[in-house]
Design a protein around this ligand. Structure first.
Ligand SMILES: [Zn+2]
Length: 435
């Protein structure tokens, strides 16, 4: 009976989704306010900075002031800079006495900008400092202003405009090249790979024709692009299989990526404990030993990598051995809860503080690739045990990290639905354009 008219409905749907999205996006960014521009194209919204406070370099009337602009050099200190400018050290002390904000001035960083305004004091024969401004970048400035005999500190932060954008690219040779081709930098590419690293091995699994779709933030200050914000949602199509992730900030303020149905993108274990390596010998319980000509099982995976390559703990756990023997060389065994154990053999050395009884976290460096023990060249021999039984680390099904908490479920869905719909919509537009 009911016939659905596709066109108007999809438009209505998009409008509703965009409205929903804006609501959830504004809610998610409490620092920003006042939305002033909105188109349904790539720029979805633009938010005004909360505070614009130029530091005035002009004195009203009276004795002449000098403005000195200094870029902090390597090895510089404020004392050295004051000396260069012939400003008395007691003026610096007065600034440092202004309170806790001034503590930040004890460690100034090369490249940051200092602006000092002095007043030529004819009677004293020495200039007096009127204000000091320390800019750590476009977004933050510490300002110390003279009020009588003391300095009053202010911490000025600017919020960039956050503009949501969409981009897609198809991999021809590498993820980095595919990202560069559409104007994204390596940092975004690495962050994208990190989101999916539990499902996709970005060294071994990537194929020509793999594709990604990104909804992310671009940051603008005074209409000028200053960098990338967060990846809000992403889809990665690896060998025809699509993986999707949504960034969600929970009630405690912790941000993580989840699948559309609320499962964590993180797994309890990394698929491989060494990055940028290649497999030189696979898991094989019936391996015919090339020299001894009999079946000697290979109960782990060998990752060939240059000596000294960091080895990461595959999951959170407790080190139960960090020692050596003649066959395994330096090796580490980590217990993860009751069921799981991981073993790392032939290390050149152990990670800092890694010894029996110590807790380690997923991704922590527990040692470095070497060729100690019975090894012909530098590699990591990695083993994965479930209830004492050796499993193939490449294919064993890994337990997931915690999903969305039940009480956050509704809020997550409200946040995720419009992002997913936008991804779908953009994908569709791109597919139509290609046809
Ligand atoms: Zn091996």
């Amino acid at each position: 009976m009911s016939s659905v008219k596709q066109f108007p409905q999809s438009h209505l749907l998009l409008a509703a989704l965009v409205a929903l999205l804006l609501t959830s996006y504004l809610l998610a960014s409490p620092d920003t306010h006042e939305q002033d521009r909105f188109t349904t194209e790539l720029v979805l919204e633009r938010l005004e900075p909360t505070l614009t406070e130029p530091v005035s370099a002009t004195a009203p009337t009276g004795p002449p002031t000098h403005t000195h602009t200094e870029t902090v050099r390597a090895g510089d200190s404020l004392a050295a800079i004051f000396k260069r400018l012939d400003i008395p050290a007691r003026e610096l002390q007065a600034v440092l006495d202004s309170g806790t904000t001034a503590q930040r001035l004890k460690r100034i960083h090369p490249g940051h900008q200092l602006t000092l305004i002095t007043l030529a004091d004819a009677a004293a024969g020495e200039p007096t400092l009127q204000s000091l401004s320390y800019a750590t970048g476009a977004l933050e400035r510490l300002v110390f202003k003279r009020e009588g005999d003391v300095f009053v500190a202010r911490h000025i932060e600017r919020q960039p405009d956050r503009v949501m954008a969409y981009k897609t690219s198809t991999i021809e040779s590498s993820l980095f090249l595919a990202s560069q081709q559409i104007g994204l930098n390596d940092d975004i590419a690495v962050r994208l790979a990190r989101i999916f690293q539990w499902d996709i091995d970005f060294v071994l699994d990537i194929r020509q024709g793999d594709q990604f779709h990104l909804l992310y933030e671009e940051l603008y200050l005074d209409e000028e692009f200053i960098g990338f914000g967060e990846i809000l949602a992403a889809e990665f199509v690896n060998r025809g299989k699509a993986y999707r992730a949504i960034r969600y900030t929970d009630g405690n303020g912790d941000s993580n990526y989840f699948t559309p149905d609320g499962r964590s993108m993180r797994k309890a274990f990394l698929r491989a404990p060494v990055q940028f390596s290649r497999i030189s010998s696979n898991f094989n319980l019936r391996r015919l030993h090339p020299i001894r000509k009999r079946v000697i099982p290979h109960r782990g995976i060998d990752y060939a990598a240059p000596a000294g390559t960091p080895i990461l703990a595959a999951g959170d756990g407790k080190v139960i051995s960090a020692t050596r023997n003649s066959a395994s060389g330096n090796f580490v065994v980590i217990q993860h809860g009751q069921q799981f154990q991981t073993k790392y053999l032939h290390l050149s050395k152990f990670g800092r503080g890694v010894r029996a009884g110590k807790r380690v976290q997923q991704g922590q460096i527990i040692g470095y690739v070497g060729s100690t023990g019975l090894a012909t060249g530098p590699h990591l021999h990695y083993e994965f045990l479930v209830n004492g039984i050796y499993k193939n680390p490449r294919t064993v099904s890994l337990p997931e990290a915690k999903p969305i908490r039940a009480k956050e479920r509704a809020r997550f869905e409200l946040h995720a639905a419009p992002l997913l719909a936008l991804l779908d919509n953009y994908k569709q537009q791109v597919e139509l354009a290609v046809r």
